[in-house]
Design a protein around this ligand. Structure first.
Ligand SMILES: NC(=O)c1ccc[n+]([C@@H]2O[C@H](COP(=O)([O-])OP(=O)(O)OC[C@H]3O[C@@H](n4cnc5c(N)ncnc54)[C@H](O)[C@@H]3O)[C@@H](O)[C@H]2O)c1
Length: 255
C-alpha cells in the first residue's frame, strides 16, 4: 500500500516551490491533494500536471471567509480531510528599523494568522478521521536572527510556538490529530530566488543523490520527503515536534 493511500491532503501555497513538491509527493504516495493558492494560473497548472489525484482551489490563507468556504467545499467534495500542510508564505526584505507596520502586518497575516485560521477551521474535519496530521511550515528563521527578514522571522516564530499549542490541545481533547513544524534552511524555490535577487538566473543543479556540500541550497524534494513522512501514519508517535531541514546550518559553529 502506498504511504498515504486513502488520505485527503490540503496544501496551502501548493502552486509553487515547496508546496508543489509536497503535493507531488503526497499524490505519488496515494493521497488526493487539494492545491490551495492565491495564484490561480499556477495553481490550475500544478493540478493539471499532477493529474486526477489533484484539484485546485483558490484560497487566500489570510481570509477567514476563504477558510470557511474551503473547508465546506472539501467536506462536500471528499467527506474527509486527513492532512493539512500550512505552507503558504511571502517574504519581505526589511530590518526592524525600516520595516513598516503595514509590511509587518502583511507578513503576519499570511504566515501567522494564515496558520492559525487553517488549524482552526480544518480541525473540526481533521478530528473526524482516524489519523489527522497538520504540518506547519516554519523556518530556521524561527531559531536565529536574520535582520533583513525581520517580519518573516516574527511570523515563523509564531508558527513554531503555535504548533506546540495545537499539538497539546489535540492530545488533551482526545483528537486523533498530530501537529508538527518544519524548519527549512535555504531551498531552491521562486521565493529564495527572489529574496536573493537572483531572479532571471538559471536554477542551480542540486544533485539528486549523495550528501550535499555545506554551501548548497536544498531541493524542494528534500523538504517534501519529510512532509510526506509527517503526513503519513509512519510518524504516528510524533507530535508537537520541530524538524530542522537545513543541511547542518543551525548546528555549525559561526564563521
Ligand atoms: N524556500 C525556502 O528556502 C524556505 C525556507 C524556509 C521556509 N520556507 C517556507 O516554505 C513555504 C513555501 O515557500 P516557497 O519557498 O515554496 O515559496 P514560493 O514563493 O515558491 O511559494 C509560496 C506560495 O504561497 C502562495 N501564497 C502566498 N500568499 C498566499 C496567500 N495569502 N494565500 C494562499 N497562498 C499564498 C504563493 O502564491 C506561492 O504559490 C513558505 O511558508 C516559506 O516561508 C521556505
Amino acid at each position: 500500500m502506498a504511504r498515504v493511500e486513502g488520505k485527503v491532503a490540503l496544501i496551502t501555497g501548493g502552486a509553487s516551490g515547496l508546496g508543489l513538491a509536497d503535493a507531488k509527493a503526497l499524490a505519488r504516495e496515494g493521497a488526493r491533494v487539494v492545491i490551495a493558492d492565491l495564484n490561480v494560473e499556477k495553481g490550475e497548472a500544478a493540478a493539471e500536471e499532477i493529474g486526477k489525484a489533484a484539484v485546485f482551489m483558490r484560497l487566500d490563507v489570510s481570509s477567514e471567509d476563504d477558510w470557511k468556504r474551503a473547508i465546506n467545499d472539501i467536506r462536500s467534495a471528499f467527506g474527509q480531510l486527513d492532512v493539512l500542510v500550512n505552507n503558504a508564505g511571502v517574504v519581505i526584505l526589511s530590518t526592524p528599523e525600516d520595516c513598516t507596520l503595514e509590511e509587518f502586518k502583511f507578513a503576519n497575516a499570511v504566515m501567522s494568522e494564515g496558520v492559525f485560521l487553517g488549524c482552526k477551521y480544518a480541525l473540526p474535519l481533521l478530528k473526524e478521521g482516524k489519523g489527522g496530521s497538520i504540518v506547519n511550515m516554519s523556518s530556521t528563521a524561527s531559531h536565529v536572527g536574520y535582520p533583513i527578514f525581520f517580519a518573516y522571522t516574527a511570523a515563523k516564530g509564531a508558527v513554531r510556538s503555535m504548533t506546540k499549542s495545537i499539538a497539546a490541545h489535540c492530545q488533551a481533547s482526545g483528537y486523533p490529530v498530530r501537529c508538527n513544524s518544519v524548519h527549512a534552511g535555504a531551498i531552491e524555490t521562486p521565493m529564495v530566488q527572489t529574496a536573493q535577487g537572483r531572479l532571471g538566473e538559471k536554477p542551480i543543479d542540486i544533485p539528486t543523490s549523495g550528501v550535499l556540500p555545506p554551501d548548497s541550497l536544498g531541493a524542494p524534494s528534500d523538504v517534501a520527503n519529510l512532509v510526506l513522512y509527517l503526513a503519513s501514519d509512519e510518524s504516528r508517535f510524533i507530535t508537537g515536534a520541530e524538524f530542522v531541514v537545513d543541511n547542518g546550518l543551525l548546528s555549525r559553529p559561526a564563521g
